[in-house]
Write a protein that binds this ligand. Structure first.
Ligand code: ADP
Ligand code: MG
Length: 240
């Protein structure tokens, strides 16, 4: 579905991503693990073009989206993003958070947008909170609304950047549960996480990033039970 070739990203003189080759297939759940600063967020941000890659190619369904004249805007609507800090619109209620993008970007009618939003708020167990403001919600509830908001755009791929890292420990489980159910439903997902239990249980493939490169990738059993590289082993020893 998405095929990244020779992707590099430089900030000033700092090469944060170096010659990354990486792909996600339809229906696949890929987790990205690695130390802080290894480039995980930058990779996600390059994939959805929140950052412009310095070089390389992003092939989406066979089309090179970085080529001149390509409709980057439309491509971005195909990717849903969930951030560590939720990024909800605090002055909008829950329902409106989940409809505004549909109405403004996808040009759906208010009625249709609300119907779709409620469907996905139901999926994340937040359909009883449609009139609540984000300030009235717990962190876990906010993140579930953020997931529903992204799903309401009906993207082809969902990108998650440490979706549970800002949560109090007792709220991590409810968000992971929603993500596990989504994974089982066949959604294509790319998840940056420090939740190794989730990575082990849910992912089809685990990617270990280290200093701007993909140091190792493979099935969860391979990465967790039998890592090839010393740096993967050291990282796992530190985190588990
Ligand atoms: P991770 O998500 O794995 O913790 P990041 O992708 O956030 O890593 O960051 C990788 C490196 O890129 C870090 O050294 C970070 O300081 C640097 N970096 C990230 N974003 C920017 C930016 N906008 N400007 C300059 N440096 C950045
Ligand atoms: Mg990050």
């Amino acid at each position: 579905m998405i095929d990244i070739q020779h992707l590099s990203k430089t900030f000033g003189t700092h090469e944060v991503l170096r010659d990354i080759d990486f792909s996600v297939n339809q229906g696949e759940v890929v987790t990205i693990i690695g130390s802080s600063g290894s480039g995980k967020s930058t990779l996600l941000r390059c994939i959805n073009l929140l950052e412009k890659p310095s070089s390389g190619q992003i092939i989406y369904k066979g089309e090179n989206i970085l080529e001149d004249g390509h409709n980057v805007y439309e491509y971005r609507t195909k990717l849903g993003m969930v951030f560590q800090q939720f990024n909800l619109f605090n002055n909008h209620d829950v329902l409106s958070n989940c409809t505004v993008g549909q109405i403004k970007v996808l040009k759906r009618s208010v009625d249709e947008a609300e119907k779709i939003a409620i469907k996905y708020l139901n999926v994340v167990g937040m359909d009883n909170y449609i009139n609540a403001k984000p300030s009235q919600l717990s962190g876990g509830q906010k993140q579930r609304v953020a997931i529903a908001r992204a799903l309401s755009m009906e993207p082809d791929v969902m990108l998650f950047d440490e979706p549970t890292s800002a949560l109090d420990p007792e709220m991590v489980g409810e968000v992971l549960k929603v993500m596990k159910d989504l994974a089982k439903s066949g959604l294509t997902m790319l998840v940056v996480t420090h939740e190794m239990g989730f990575a082990k249980e849910v992912s089809d493939r685990v990617v270990f990033m280290d200093q701007g490169v993909i140091a190792e990738e493979g099935a969860p059993e391979e990465i967790f039970n039998n890592p090839v590289h010393d740096r993967t082993r050291e990282f796992l020893k530190r985190i588990i």
